[in-house]
Design a binder for this molecule. Structure first.
Ligand SMILES: Cc1cc2nc3c(=O)[nH]c(=O)nc-3n(C[C@H](O)[C@H](O)[C@H](O)COP(=O)(O)O)c2cc1C
Length: 371
């Protein structure tokens, strides 16, 4: 299995939805970074299911334990192990799936056969949205390094749920509004409409997808290691580790097929002595290398496959067609919960590239002993 990511800021994730815990080992974090339980707790809070009527009924405490790599509130340079215990797993709800009735649209089918029937199917096992806790844990550390050393800011927000979308939005609205509403949308009016839509779909026993946009500000020019470790390529790869991600586009993305070169080219200008581009159709990346403009990426997430309407499936243990009537606690839409996860993934990738570019020292705080 490919559970690790990164070359210098390297993470290895572990855990399943109904196993004992979910967590991460981070190797390559500089020494001298202030890291306290409360910093991590704040970020975990953002990922928790907030909304009755939208999200899963599973209410986990998600209290982090720092097992290694931190001493007297500072990172030591040793591997950092962070974990969260699973306390509210209710495996009874997954009896049908364990009997072999795989959920259409979920990873139950592929994981069952790939691992010869040994995979943990309870709650989606290793393929559950629960594993994104590990990404948030590593993301806290990466975000802190990037903020402290390079003043990089990463913002994500919901831009579409079903047919409901936001139009233009200001950076200040994203900063101020996203974590003030359940939908993680920067426009509070549209957020209400999105919420009503998801509630309606949930009452129908169905589910719905959506889109997230993420922006990285203050990204230095030169991140990315062409040809195979392009910045956009590695970001896309890491974003696809989020369960349910079905598409990733940068800048104008798929819209470029309709444009002429004269419309798509970002013209260079000089502003206050700095070379910038007039537009940002490239989303801040040229040739797999950051160009100093804001990085803009959009992510399409599918509707959760776990719906409460009866569905035809196959019992893979008996090789027999059956009807699945799902029980349990499922998100009618997981887009809002994925917003902090997207921020975390971006932070992890950018932190790795910043280290590869030599922008982050071994010791991050000022130290008289640093050689
Ligand atoms: C935060 C989060 C929560 C999720 N919750 C659910 C859920 O409640 N029900 C569901 O069917 N899928 C949920 N998913 C998505 C599935 O885990 C995912 O669709 C499944 O593993 C199959 O992978 P794929 O869609 O990438 O092919 C969630 C994903 C995320 C990121």
């Amino acid at each position: 299995m490919g559970n690790s990511f990164g070359k210098l800021f390297k993470i290895t994730t572990f855990g399943e939805s109904h196993g004992r815990c979910v967590g991460v080992v981070i190797d390559g974090c500089p020494a001298g970074l202030k890291l306290e339980k409360k910093d991590i707790q704040e970020e975990l809070e953002k990922r928790k299911p907030k909304a009755e009527g939208i999200s899963t009924g599973r209410r986990e405490e998600d209290e982090v334990e720092i097992l290694s790599g931190v001493y007297k509130s500072y990172t030591t340079g040793a591997p950092i192990c962070l974990l969260v215990w699973n306390k509210k797993a209710r495996s009874k709800d997954y009896e049908e799936i364990e009997k072999g009735l795989v959920r259409p649209g979920h990873a139950d089918f592929t994981s069952f056969f790939k691992y010869g029937g040994f995979s943990d199917l309870r709650g989606g096992g290793r393929f559950s949205g629960r594993i994104t806790v590990s990404f948030v844990l590593a993301g806290v550390v990466a975000k802190k390094i990037l903020k402290e050393r390079l003043k990089i800011e990463i913002l994500a927000h919901t831009i579409q749920i079903g047919e409901k979308k936001i139009e233009k939005v200001k950076i200040s609205e994203i900063r101020n509004n996203v974590y003030k509403n359940k939908m993680r949308c920067a426009n509070l009016k549209v957020a209400e409409e999105m919420e009503k839509l998801v509630e309606k779909i949930r009452r129908e026993g169905d589910s719905i997808g959506g889109k997230i946009e993420a922006i990285c500000l203050n990204l230095p020019l030169g991140l990315g290691e062409p040809i195979f470790d392009n910045l956009d390529g590695e970001i896309a790869k890491a974003l696809f580790a989020i369960p349910g991600v079905k598409g990733v586009e940068f800048g104008r993305g798929f819209e470029v097929v309709k444009l002429k070169g004269s419309q798509n080219n970002d013209l260079f200008r000089i502003k206050k002595g700095k070379i910038i581009t007039e537009t940002n159709n490239s989303g801040g990346i040229l040739g797999g290398i950051s160009n100093g403009m804001p990085l803009v990426v959009r992510i399409a997430l599918k509707p959760p496959s776990s719906i409460f309407l009866p569905q035809k499936t196959v019992n893979v243990r008996k090789k027999k067609e059956e009807i699945l009537r799902l029980k349990g606690r499922h998100d009618a839409c997981f887009v809002p919960r994925a917003v902090p996860v997207v921020e975390s993934i971006l932070a992890i990738v950018i932190c790795d590239f910043a280290q590869r570019a030599g922008l982050i020292e071994r010791v991050i705080s000022k130290s008289p002993y640093y050689h």
